[in-house]
Design a protein around this ligand. Structure first.
Ligand code: ZN
Ligand code: ZN
Ligand code: FE
Length: 765
């Protein structure tokens, strides 16, 4: 096996074959192997195959061992090694080390890389006066840069990206071809000489004279609003420290209260305004570079208008060199909110921006590297030290997630729901979730949904035979999915999909108890569900317990005005006395309450809902915390804010049959209001009651079924208090608890559940 090299008496020459699996393709792994081999004067080759990377390495045993140790501690930013397998080979006497052409490409798992935030090396290049990329906004390398948003087709090669129109200059070509260079095979490689250029335009699309950066900085400092073309679309930007600019943006965008995300010059500045733990810092600095929801420090002097009624702030740090260049010593934080008209898709083209954002932005910072597909910023929060995804998009899409599927299962397309829409493709045990698309009530968003799903399917060579969608007969997503006329149409119940989604991300297969809390989902009896305790698995489920159904007078319209829901609960729980109380609590709504009363009495346009979201709305309205929901989740968020640090003692409640009744809860709140108890304490007691109710129901299901595993899913679990407190309560009762981390608990995670339900049902036949 081992031979002595002539002239190197003490050096035994060996050869090893190394098979590396994991996330090792498209991350600069081969050049890294090449560099490490060259450094040690080792011979052999490296190539990509369908399972990962294969290396054959030959040389003196000590050097080979050292090389293998290096590989095990691979420092590459984007690589994630799951396994390294080593076998001994007969030395063949190679005299070079080569990067070989890939073997058998096109057969294996196709990977489309996600967009990657600017790496520390490129940031240094952009900052260094001597570097030829000084202040160049499109600097990137093998470790960083645009990917998913510029890829037009696979395999991922420059000529199949929106960079194909730029011809690399001599220096860039050298970097691209030189295995020892950081930009070896960096497809979007560019420099000021040969690459895309930024340009600053006014509202008429005329270029503003002068250097774009200087102009942009001075306009931002002067309180103007800029539309900025980034990686996956436009942002609307203004100086976050300037309250007038923030208010101007709010009024022009027609967005009175929904929190704005901000971009902060660096981590130290983030720390000055927000509490930051280790996990949050890692997330902010990660290659995915999401927006992280942080708790604001009480001594921060940032304008309250950034996130009215909220003690938190969504923060990100500059993730492209262009963003990085939007800051200087006097600009430390920018509002960076999605550049779209309310409800419509993110704007991605420059002409589209002038048209669609012209009424909001004073100036347009744009560039000539086209965005092929939209991708919103991702959003996460850290709860009890663990990241929880709220919106999975840029940086994460389209990275596949391993999920449990039966043997030989068909490929599936799942359409998702109508709100926070994402779709999901399922193939060979991997789920590919699409980007955040938004609300399908708009024709434009539906178009984006269709195109994005079709393109991703084509690129990943997914050919679904099964299509899954929500049972809701009126969902656009379901109508569109049915129109695909695939062989196998599988409608899935909304809350079953939530349950399956949480099971899937936790790799569970057996039956579980599911506590599913959200705002709205179409239930099996045609009413609206949303406070459900289920039992089941992928194939089937039982509705074991649920919140008491209460009419929503006026249907969906009541969602916007929580006081309507409050009046309905009061009437439902306290009868005529409740209506009197409602009139007293909402004196300016006198007439409307009368009307509402009649609607309820005659059961007119008042569908029943067992919704957790509507119960939170009700209590927020009763306590005068939130009178109008101007964005999804406003009432529960504001309620949680007033309840922070308050006295918690659960209200009494009862379980009658399968129903978690709210009468005693509403009675209790009404009595406390009359006695003038502190609003924060009432809110805290309410939150505690919800936890106790669902824990009690889960306990009963355990006694009836013997199940001990609980999954928590549905949009209400974005509320950190509900998540933490219910988890703690269930843990105390000895349950095994599973929650969402990688995919959203809200309807953004629905598609994954739909896909899994469909694939497991299919395998029965
Ligand atoms: Zn880089
Ligand atoms: Zn160049
Ligand atoms: Fe839902």
């Amino acid at each position: 096996m081992a031979v002595r090299l002539p002239g190197q008496r003490d050096t035994i020459r060996v050869r090893r074959r190394v098979e590396v699996t994991g996330l090792v393709q498209g991350v600069g792994f081969r050049p890294y192997v090449y560099r490490e081999a060259k450094k040690r004067s080792l011979y052999g080759w490296v190539l990509n195959n369908k399972y990962g990377v294969v290396v054959e390495i030959e040389g003196p045993v000590a050097a080979v061992d050292e090389f293998l140790t290096e590989l095990r501690h691979c420092p590459l930013r984007l690589a994630c090694i799951s396994d390294i397998r080593c076998t001994n080979q007969e030395p063949v006497g190679d005299e070079t080390f080569l990067i070989r052409e890939s073997a058998g490409e096109g057969e294996g798992v196709i990977r489309i890389p996600a967009d990657v935030a600017v790496c520390p090396h490129c940031r240094a290049d952009v900052q260094s006066l001597e570097n030829r990329r000084y202040h160049y906004p499109f600097t990137n390398c093998t470790d960083c840069g645009p990917r998913y948003t510029i890829i037009e087709s696979v395999p991922y090669d420059r000529n199949q990206t929106t960079m194909s129109q730029f011809t690399m200059c001599e220096e860039c070509t050298y970097e691209y071809l030189e295995p020892l260079d950081r930009r070896f095979h960096a497809q979007p490689n560019a420099c000021p000489k040969c690459g895309p250029q930024a340009v600053l335009q006014d509202g008429q699309g005329e270029t503003v004279a002068g250097y774009w950066r200087e102009n942009a900085l001075s306009f931002l400092k002067a309180g103007h609003i800029l539309a900025v073309k980034g990686l996956g679309g436009f942002h609307l930007a203004c100086d976050a420290n300037n309250p007038d600019a923030v208010e101007l943006l709010r009024s022009r965008k027609g967005r009175p209260a929904r929190p704005f995300a901000v971009m902060c010059r660096n981590i130290d500045l983030v720390r000055r305004h927000c509490n930051l733990n280790e996990t949050e810092e890692i997330l902010l600095n990660s290659p995915e570079s999401p927006i992280v929801v942080l708790r604001r420090r009480s001594d921060s002097l940032l304008p309250g208008g950034l996130a009215p009624g909220s003690g938190t702030l969504g923060v990100m740090i500059p993730y492209t060199p262009l963003h990085f260049l939007l800051f200087d010593d006097q600009l430390e934080m920018l509002v960076m909110t999605s550049g779209n008209e309310s409800g419509l898709p993110l704007v991605k083209d420059s002409e589209e921006a002038l048209r669609g954002l012209g009424h909001v932005a004073d100036f347009f910072l744009t560039h000539d590297r086209p965005i092929h597909r939209r991708c919103d910023d991702s959003l996460l929060q850290v709860v009890e030290g663990e990241p929880c995804m709220l919106r999975r998009s840029r940086g994460y899409v389209p990275t596949p997630l391993p999920v449990p599927v039966p043997r030989q299962s068909p490929q599936v397309f799942a359409a998702g729901g109508d709100y926070k829409n994402t779709f999901c493709l399922l193939k060979d045990g991997f789920a590919y979730l699409g980007p955040h698309i938004g609300d399908l009530a708009y024709a434009e968003t539906r178009q984006v949904h269709l195109v994005a799903a079709k393109e991703l399917g084509e690129m990943l060579e997914v050919h679904p035979t099964v299509v899954a969608f929500d049972h809701h007969p009126g969902y656009y997503s379901s109508v569109l999915a049915r129109q695909q006329q695939l062989r196998d149409s599988q409608p899935v119940w909304h809350h079953h999909a939530h349950l399956a989604s949480c099971m899937g991300e936790n790799m569970l297969t057996g039956p579980v108890i599911g506590v599913i809390c959200d705002g709205t989902g179409y239930g099996q009896d045609g009413t609206i569900w949303g406070g459900e305790v289920l039992s089941g698995d992928y194939r089937d489920f039982q509705r074991e317990y649920h919140l008491e159904p209460v009419p929503i007078p006026g249907g969906e319209g009541a969602v916007r005005y929580p006081w309507r829901m409050a009046a309905s609960y009061l009437w439902h729980c306290l009868g005529e006395e409740g209506i009197t109380l409602a009139a007293a609590l909402f004196p300016d709504r006198d007439r409307e309450i009368n009307l509402l009363h009649k609607m309820l009495e005659h059961d007119f346009n008042s569908p029943l809902a067992s919704s957790c979201g509507r119960l939170y709305d009700t209590v927020a309205a009763l306590l005068g915390v939130c009178r109008e929901n101007t964005y999804d989740g406003q009432a529960p968020m504001e309620l949680a804010e007033v309840a922070l640090g308050c006295e918690r003692e659960a209200y009494p409640f009862s379980i009658e049959g399968k129903i978690l009744t709210c009468k005693r809860l509403i009675h209790g709140i009404a009595a406390d209001l009359r006695q003038g108890r502190d609003v924060g304490d009432i809110a805290a007691s309410f939150e505690k009651t919800v936890v106790e109710m669902f824990a009690a129901a889960a306990e009963r299901v355990r006694q009836q079924t013997g199940l001990n595993r609980v999954v928590l899913s549905g949009g209400s679990f974005q509320n950190p208090y509900l998540l933490t407190a219910l988890r703690a309560r269930l843990r105390l009762l000895g349950f095994q608890i599973f929650t969402h981390k990688l995919i959203p608990a809200n309807d953004g995670g629905l598609a994954l559940g739909q896909a899994l339900v469909a694939v497991w049902r299919r395998s029965d036949n």
